[in-house]
Each structure stands twice: as structure tokens, then as C-alpha cells.
Design a protein around this ligand. Sequence first.
Ligand code: EPZ
Length: 420
Amino acid sequence: MDALIVKGPAKLNGSVQISGSKNTALPLIFTSLLFDKEIHFNNVPRLWDIETALKILSIMGTESEWKKEEGLLTIFPKVTSKVAPYEWVKRMRASVLALGPLIARFGEAKVSLPGGCAIGARPVNYHIDALRLFGVDVKVEEGYIKAQVRSRLTGAHVIFPEVTVTGTENILIVASQAEGHTRIENAASEPEVIELGEFLKSCGAKIQGLGTQTIEIVGALLKSPKSQIRIPPDRIEAGTWISASMVTRSPLELLGADASVMKSTLDVFKSMGAKFSISEEKILVNPPSRFNSLDVTTEPYPGFPTDMQAQLLTTLCFAEGKSSVRETIFENRFMHVAELRRLGARIKVIKNQAIVEGPVQLTGAPVMATDLRASASLVVAALGSEGKTTISRIYHLDRGYQRLDSKLTALGVKVTRVSE
Ligand code: EPZ
């Protein structure tokens, strides 16, 4: 297992290229299973999660060609098995996205239950309950979700009890192939859901209401896409770099960032005193020398993203006064707090709220990554800490950030990757 050793306090000099969005690429890769012709993607990020998705597709018989340096990916969808096995699904919950395309195209699927992860139990009951409304028999046995269309896939009225991003994505895919009309209420409106919906529409799907809480779909025959699909920039990576800019008080240029899908994130940092100049394909961050404290609650889009919660918490350690962050999406997404405390952070967690006292001078220490965004928050904290921080289990970081250490080195940070 790898670890990162970061020497702080650091300054960031220059600009950083934002890579393609993990949470846009993953649903699009699984949706390729709908088609029988090759599909081309560009700006695909080099992430472990993409490796895992392609491995699962290859187990199902679908080959791919991934030119990692150029970010080019071609998928040759051919399905010889409709099974997504536990040994791979357990590594990445997003594998549940194999369900929708397999059911939509073949009427059947056998996908391992993803199991929980560090941030929560993360059940998929909303996916299963919704699929049953389309005339799909779904059994959960021996750790697998076994789905079989009874006679034909028919449109349904789905009301999600809670906003679910991949739940909405799975149902969008199934509904696009079901006979008749589907309405999804309490749908997710995340940009990644919109990107998937727009892709399906470009293939002939009849979808209205993307980006709102109610999406209407009429089933239609889809044609495989002719043109290459470009993966948009990762809004969470861009937000993570804003945290790094704030903590190191370094002006930073985020090349390729799309401010139009980052309003709530930008607003939070603006209220802390950050200034932004936004142009077509980049965001220039100007951090304040002193930060205001504030109270934030994570919410489904367009609210402040839960995937930015850990990075914001780290930033608030440097703010003047008391701040609070309420996590409303996942039940256990404060694993980074114990590690931040090892660096000297003054944070206490009461139920789903973290209270932060600042400003504190953090000092480097050995810490351990527990999940993807927690590991990013520890890197940000290390940049603002006095001395050396060693962050172990950095594979969590590599799941969702393309070579963050190389990007940091290019910005002048003293960071080395070592194997433990
Ligand atoms: C997606 O996960 C993202 N992953 C997550 O990003 C993100 O944190 C999450 O949405 C929330 O924005 C991808 O898009 C690949 P949910 P997802 O279904 O779809 C509960 C990252 O860091 N729930 O929106 O799995 C669930 O437990 C990752 O890139 C059920 O109870 O999340 C959670 O409390 C982490 N039953 C809430 O709903 C269900 O059937 C929202 O989960 C489904 C969800």
C-alpha cells in the first residue's frame, strides 16, 4: 500500500488542470452496456474506479481500449454474462450502475450487493423498490440482486423516499427502454445525472425535466452514439483545489473548471472571504489572508455537496472562530475528524454535526486515509501543517483523484509517494 509524505506549510504556484469527472464517467461507462456498437470517450480520468468499472465490464464480456495518457477510452460492448461479481463490486459501490443497463437491454441482471463502506451502510433498497415498479422481479439472495423482467418492461411512477444519485441514474436508464411513460419524483438533479440524461437523449431517449426533482421519460429505441463523448471536468476535484488554495493562502488557477455546476461550493468559500474570477474554461481563486467562520449543511444538489464536506471541514480549522458542518446525506462521514485531530485540529462531533474551533496551527503527524474524500481532506490539512505529514492507505485517494501528488509537485509542493 502507498503513502504520501507531505512537507508543510506549502505554497501553491501556478495553475492546475482539473481532470474528467469520476461520477460522470462511471454511469456513462456502465450505460455503454445498452448498445452493441463501440463507444468513444475522451477526457476520461485515470482513476482506480475507472479500472474497476472496466474490469467488471470485461468480466461480462465487454472489452475496452484505454489510452490513459491521452484520456481516450473506447468500449466494445458485447455481453456474454449478466453477472457483476462480488469480488469486484465490493471495491466500488457505483458498480450497482450495472443493474439498469443489463435489465434495460437483456431483461435480466445478477449484480452483487455492493455492501457498505466507511461512510455508511449505503443500501440500495430504493433502486430495488423502484425496479419492481417496472415489471421486474427482483430477489436479494446469497448477497446478490437477481433481477428478471416478468414479461416486458413497462413505464412506472417512481417516488424516491430520499434523493439518490445512482438510484435516479439506474431508473433513468431502465425508463428510457421501458414501454410507455415514466415519472420520477424526488429525482436527483446532480450535474452527473443531467450529463447521463443528455447522453441518453443524444441516443434518442425522450426525457424531460433533467435537473429538476421531477423527470418524465417515454421509452424509445436508442441508437448508439455516433460522436465521441467528452467527460466534463470534476466539480469535486475543483472544489478540493479551492480548499488547498485557501489553506495555503495561494492564488490558484483551476484550468478546465466549470463554475456553472459549482455555485453552492463557490458561495461557501466566498462567504469565507475568497474572491473568484471566472472565465469560460477556468476559475482563478484568490484566498483571503484571514477566513470567516461559518455554518454549513450538506444537501443534495444544488445544495453544498457532501463530497466537499471533509475538505471544507479542514479549511474551517484555519477560520477565525467557531464553525459547524452538518452532514445530512451519510450517517458516518466524519472519519477524517479523528485524523485531523492528530494534526491538532479542534473539532468535536455531536451526532451529525462537527463543531470546529479556529484558527489552529496544525502540526504534521502520521495519519490514515479512511475513504476517498477523507484522504483528500488530509492532503489539504498537510499542506497547511507545520512539518511532515505521512498519509497512509492512499489508495483511497487514487480511486477518485488523478495523480494528485504529481499535480501538487508541479505546483511546488514537497510531496513524495512511498510504498509502506
Ligand atoms: C453518489 O453515491 C456518488 N457516487 C457519491 O460520491 C455521493 O457522495 C452521493 O451520490 C451523494 O451525492 C457516484 O455518483 C458514483 P445516494 P450514491 O444514493 O448514489 C441513501 C464520491 O465521493 N440511500 O445519492 O451511492 C444513502 O445511504 C462518492 O465520489 C438509501 O438509503 O449515493 C445515502 O444516505 C461517495 N437507499 C443517501 O441515500 C438507496 O437505495 C444518498 O445516497 C440509495 C441511497
